[in-house]
Design a protein around this ligand. Structure first.
Ligand code: MF3
Ligand code: CO
Length: 289
């Protein structure tokens, strides 16, 4: 054991290791020896960090609320970008997507058959009946928040309304299946079973992620795996639940011209809601939604 039992715990609590995370580490080791993938110490966030991440989340939610207030037929996705930029910077934050791996804007606006990473543009004008995902991520004092919501423009068809509703329920079901000392696969199974029961499919290639200290941290989070699979969930972890739910088939492609915008292959609509959660001893706490 690297940590002396009487030395301060690796988590930064200042408490002796033997009174802090020793039993926790042993339990993880035990589960690892049973053949499971387990989290590293880098994935464990302290309460102090969580409080700072929550402050970032206040801005992120304000952005999504502001979009909700403003959205209307005839609006361009560039106008959504401007709202997110104004809201974030006026509250002291930095939009995390801007220049992230070359992403050109502050937010992702994904309309109808766009699955994710839609690039805001003056040329994309919202029409009556459109559905879209607006995905915001904020940096405040170095701490990251990330969440997204669906928006409906004007009169939306019953079919699309149902997709948006079921996509939201998928996140809720996933949240309910997320438990400390359970597995990410338990959550994933709850998500994809609900989508499939409604005749929909879940995108396989793009998943969720750890978040908080960086924009995208380990683990990578699948929504197509099954109960008992993937990484062990332990208290202190923080990650997103953000399944992309397709009305038709799961297959997707990326626009080669910009290298970002992802579409459904069959051209049918896709919907996504994203929440950021923190795992406590008692279950998940929603940090950003
Ligand atoms: N916010 C997205 C997520 O949920 C990521 C967008 S990547 C970007 O992980 F580069 F487009 F910002
Ligand atoms: Co995310």
């Amino acid at each position: 054991m690297k940590f002396g039992r009487n030395k301060p715990c690796w988590c930064g609590s200042g408490i002796k290791y033997k009174h802090c995370h020793e039993a926790f580490d042993r339990q993880i080791k035990h589960i690892e020896l049973q053949g499971h993938v387990v989290p590293t110490h880098e994935m464990i966030k302290t309460r102090e960090q969580v409080e700072l991440i929550k402050k970032s989340a206040v801005i992120n939610r304000a952005c999504l609320d502001a979009v909700d207030e403003a959205i209307h037929i005839g609006m361009t996705t560039q106008e959504i970008e401007d709202i997110v930029y104004e809201t974030t910077t006026s509250m002291g934050g930095i939009p995390a997507p801007l220049n992230y791996e070359g992403f050109p804007k502050c937010t992702c606006t994904s309309v109808n058959s766009q699955v994710c990473h839609g690039i805001p543009s003056k040329k994309v004008v919202l029409k009556d009946g459109d559905i879209l995902n607006v995905d915001c991520s904020t940096i405040l004092d170095g701490y990251f928040s990330d969440s997204s919501r669906m928006y409906m423009v004007g009169n939306v068809s019953e079919q699309k309304k149902r997709l948006v509703k079921v996509a939201r329920e998928c996140v809720q079901k996933g949240l309910e299946a997320t438990k400390p000392w359970g597995f990410l696969g338990d959550m994933a199974e709850a998500v994809h079973k609900h989508a499939e029961a409604n005749g929909y499919s879940i995108v396989r290639e793009i998943g969720g992620h750890g978040v908080g200290i960086e924009f995208h941290e380990d683990p990578w989070v699948s929504y197509v795996s099954n109960a008992g699979e993937d990484m062990l969930i332990v208290p202190g972890m923080m990650f997103t639940i953000e399944p992309m739910v397709n009305m038709g088939r799961a297959d997707i492609f990326t626009d080669e011209e910009n290298g970002w915008e992802v579409y459904t292959k069959d051209g049918k609509p896709s919907a996504q809601w994203e929440i950021q959660i923190y795992i406590t001893e008692d279950g998940p706490e929603v940090i950003c939604w």
